[in-house]
Ligand binder design. Structure first.
Ligand SMILES: NC(=O)c1ccc[n+]([C@@H]2O[C@H](COP(=O)([O-])OP(=O)(O)OC[C@H]3O[C@@H](n4cnc5c(N)ncnc54)[C@H](OP(=O)(O)O)[C@@H]3O)[C@@H](O)[C@H]2O)c1
Length: 395
């Protein structure tokens, strides 16, 4: 009888097309990476506070399970609010359904975007496309094991070669927040017209957009995308961040601690899009007197409602919530109220890469933590009031 371990190794070798003699966790045919069978990583074994997060140097290496996957050795990664939320159990009901039987819930590693080096690839990935040793940047979809560990396995569509003009640290801090901003503006907001999501170029001239929460991870990237597209950008942030947002090139930066800021923005006329990167939610659209064509918030209640009430009741509440807010908005002669989401779309990655290569997009990094300091990095994100991104350097 063959052991399960042996069968898994044979299956893996069939996927990557190598003989059994090379098997040793990470394959020995990688020229640049020392073969190892264990890795460092941060994991939880149950949901709760940050006290649940445990560090280990003997985690099992992730393995390729389909020909279109790649194994990446991570060099840097960022921390996003969803990482801390997932540690506390956010989205567990839906994410477990998405995991199906292919992945187990615990131990769970969080971490959604990264920069790294390819150390192994499936047979379905052509060497002309991506090869071992290539430096890549990528994202991990939310239902898959994350990248706050030395290695991660991802599908081909989730990564590409990193922009040459960007440091590894910076490359690790763009994609989760950047694809959220891009998808909010182009997929949800149709900034580039109806073909915006397919061919997302331009579309900004003559448009006016207000970004709420411009000093955070998503906000700092959203304002740069909008400026690159020639949009007239208005942005809100706290007093201490005003100067840094002005330095990004935003002409109208409004301190939301100023008690007159709501009236000030009301005199700016109608916005084509109000992009809520401050977690204000849908109700806020109807509480303020601002006029808009579209109000897009990334603070969607969808996963939380399903967590709290189950799928049927949760979805019913979600539908009622968005319908109710749109009715109230229409009655106030305002525009559509929508939820925006992170979307791991290759078109979005290509779009962000193009802006970076043109020198029009650069992540704002608040602080870099070492891999040993991951808990401190999570605590910093949990404390909120971020000024750009929190990054982990694995070296
Ligand atoms: N739906 C999705 O798929 C998705 C994906 C990514 C992110 N998100 C959500 O989108 C939001 C932004 O994400 P992020 O990564 O950019 O978070 P972040 O880095 O924590 O940034 C949020 C920023 O908003 C500022 N802020 C808070 N209240 C504000 C207000 N009233 N007006 C203006 N600014 C305010 C915060 O600083 P101060 O408090 O000091 O002002 C901070 O700079 C978060 O709520 C996140 O959970 C959703």
């Amino acid at each position: 009888m063959y052991s399960k371990h042996y069968i898994r190794l044979v299956a893996q070798q069939l996927l990557i097309g190598r003989s059994m003699s090379t098997v040793s966790g990470v394959p020995s045919y990688s020229r640049k990476v020392r073969p190892v069978s264990k890795m460092r990583g941060w994991q939880i074994h149950s949901y709760g506070s940050l006290d649940e997060v445990q560090y280990s140097e003997s985690l099992k290496m992730p393995m390729l399970t389909s020909p279109n996957q790649l194994l990446v050795k991570i060099t840097a990664s960022s921390v996003n609010p969803i990482d801390v939320a997932m540690i506390k159990g956010y989205g567990a009901s839906v994410l477990n359904t998405l995991r199906c039987s292919s992945q187990i819930e615990f131990p769970l590693t969080v971490g959604r975007d990264f920069c790294g080096e390819i150390v192994q690839k499936g047979l379905g990935v052509s060497s002309r496309d991506l090869d071992i040793g290539d430096e890549v940047w990528g994202v991990v979809p939310v239902h898959q094991q994350g990248c706050h560990a030395d290695y991660v396995v991802v599908e081909r569509y989730c990564l590409s070669k990193k922009p040459e003009n960007l440091r590894k640290i910076d490359s690790s801090a763009v994609l989760y927040a950047g694809l959220t901003a891009w998808s909010g503006l182009y997929i949800t907001g149709h900034l580039g017209g109806v073909l915006g999501a397919i061919s997302p170029v331009g579309g900004g001239r003559g448009k006016k957009v207000l970004v709420l929460g411009s000093a955070g991870g998503v906000g700092t990237l959203a304002v740069q995308i909008l400026l690159a597209e020639g949009v007239e950008v208005y942005a809100t942030c706290s007093s201490d961040a005003v100067e840094s947002i002005q330095n990004l090139g935003v002409p109208y930066v409004i301190d939301y601690n100023d008690p007159t800021h709501v009236e000030k923005l009301a005199t700016a006329g109608k916005f084509d899009i109000i992009l809520d990167c401050a977690g204000k939610g849908t109700e806020y659209a109807t509480e303020v007197p601002w006029k808009f064509e579209q109000y897009i918030t990334f603070n969607s209640p969808v996963l939380k409602n399903i967590d709290d009430h189950g799928f049927a009741t949760g979805m019913y509440q979600n539908t009622m919530s968005i319908v109710r807010n749109n009715v109230v908005s229409a009655n106030a002669q305002k525009g559509l109220v929508k939820w925006g989401y992170f979307v791991p779309a290759p078109q979005g990655v290509a779009y962000l890469q193009k802006l970076i290569e043109k020198g029009k997009l650069l992540p704002v990094i608040e602080k870099i933590f070492s891999f040993e300091q991951v808990l401190e990095a999570y605590a910093r994100v949990e404390a909120k009031h971020l000024r750009g991104k929190i990054v982990i350097d694995y070296n």
